[in-house]
Write a protein of this length. Structure first.
Length: 363
């Protein structure tokens, strides 16, 4: 297996686990109304659950979105020896299909669902509480479903903020390319300090942390460096990640975690790329194009499903023991993955054209 093949297989394999990481983040702190429960109000008598939940959702899963940005930056400039206006236009056109159209579709689908639930079925609340009263909206409220300049700036399907921010970053790629060409590694280094010190640019869609990780991937790609090969140069450092992850979990909320958490994100990405590439190279695991293809569908469809399943389960499994908390933390996520997989399979088999629109023509 060549280095190029190993890199491709590693990126393919990572797509689905990174989506699972996103679901873990969204499973961390659910707030269910109408007789639901708050997982943040956990009795101190359940320290094992607190530790496992914090380690999974607040530590390990937190490098998944940065890794998505990094891979996106690498693939955007992949095999682009130059970056002319025509190449830029061609890449933007591809991202219209892979990012913009799915972004518009899923938010429009959610909006239509809200209208049907309220106007046809008379349902005015879901797991998160009352739905926005669509009948009282002005035309600006419909626009805010796709691009909301009000805090907290989420689109109607809030996990799609990543797609929105990635689209803005893609538009800014000429500046990223010029910066890397002229400043070399100092360009991502500058955004590293912006990210580490939490200096945001208060424009919706401009994500300084996202630009930092995107520019890392862009730097490697523009300089024709292999992600797996470069990660292995820091293999020794990456092996520190389990220790840093546990420390990050134990010292959550302390001043030292200001340094532990970003260190863990950086080492976590290195550790994961090194581990997965090693296992693939040794044929211990195989990449699955099906899982990689289904990952975007799971990501786009999971939000309300995850919460509704948890709301139903809490009536069957009252949160009165540590095992119940584990069940309410993990079972909704597993059920959401299985259900979305089933829907993805049926739509791909019987409505392939619609599926291509939903997932951006991803294979």
């Amino acid at each position: 297996m060549t280095d190029e093949e190993l890199q491709s297989k590693t990126i393919t394999w990572l797509r689905f686990p990174m989506i699972v990481g996103v679901l873990l983040i969204h499973s961390y702190n659910p707030n269910l109304n109408n007789g639901g429960m708050l997982l943040r109000d956990i009795p101190i008598t359940y320290p094992l659950f607190q530790f496992i939940r914090n380690l999974s959702s607040e530590v390990v899963a937190r490098f998944c979105v940065p890794l998505f940005f990094l891979i996106a930056g690498y693939l955007f400039f992949y095999r682009a020896s130059t970056f002319t206006p025509s190449i830029y236009a061609g890449k933007l056109q591809k991202r219209i299909h892979s990012l913009l159209i799915p972004y518009l579709f899923w938010n429009a689908f959610a909006l239509l669902t809200y209208v049907l639930l309220q106007q046809v079925f008379g349902i005015h609340s879901l797991a998160y509480g009352a739905l926005p009263r669509v009948s009282a909206w002005e035309w600006t409220d419909y626009l805010r479903c796709f691009w909301d300049i009000r805090s907290p700036h989420y689109p109607l399907i809030y996990p799609l903020w990543f797609i929105r921010d990635l689209m803005v970053t893609v538009v800014l790629t000429p500046f990223i390319y010029i910066g890397i060409k002229h400043l070399k590694a100092f360009f991502p280094l500058a955004f590293f300090f912006i990210w580490i010190f939490g200096l945001p640019i208060n424009i919706v869609g401009i994500n300084t942390g996202g630009i930092f990780f995107f520019s890392i991937g862009a730097y490697f790609s523009i300089n024709q460096k292999n992600l797996v090969t470069e990660s292995r140069k820091l293999f020794g450092f990456s092996m520190l990640y389990p220790v840093i992850a546990i420390a990050d979990t134990l010292f959550k909320g302390h001043d030292i975690d200001t340094y532990l958490h970003p260190t863990g994100i950086l080492l976590g990405m290195l550790f994961t790329v090194n581990l997965i590439s090693y296992l693939l190279q040794k044929n211990r695991i195989k990449e699955s194009t099906y899982l990689a293809g289904a990952s975007f569908f799971v990501y786009a469809a999971h939000e309300q499903m995850l919460s509704q399943i948890r709301k139903m389960l809490v009536t069957v499994i009252p949160p009165q023991s540590e095992s119940a908390y584990f069940a309410l933390y993990l079972l909704p996520m597993l059920a959401t993955i299985l259900i979305t997989f089933g829907i993805y399979y049926l739509l791909k088999k019987y409505c392939p054209t619609a599926m291509k629109i939903m997932v951006g023509a991803r294979n």
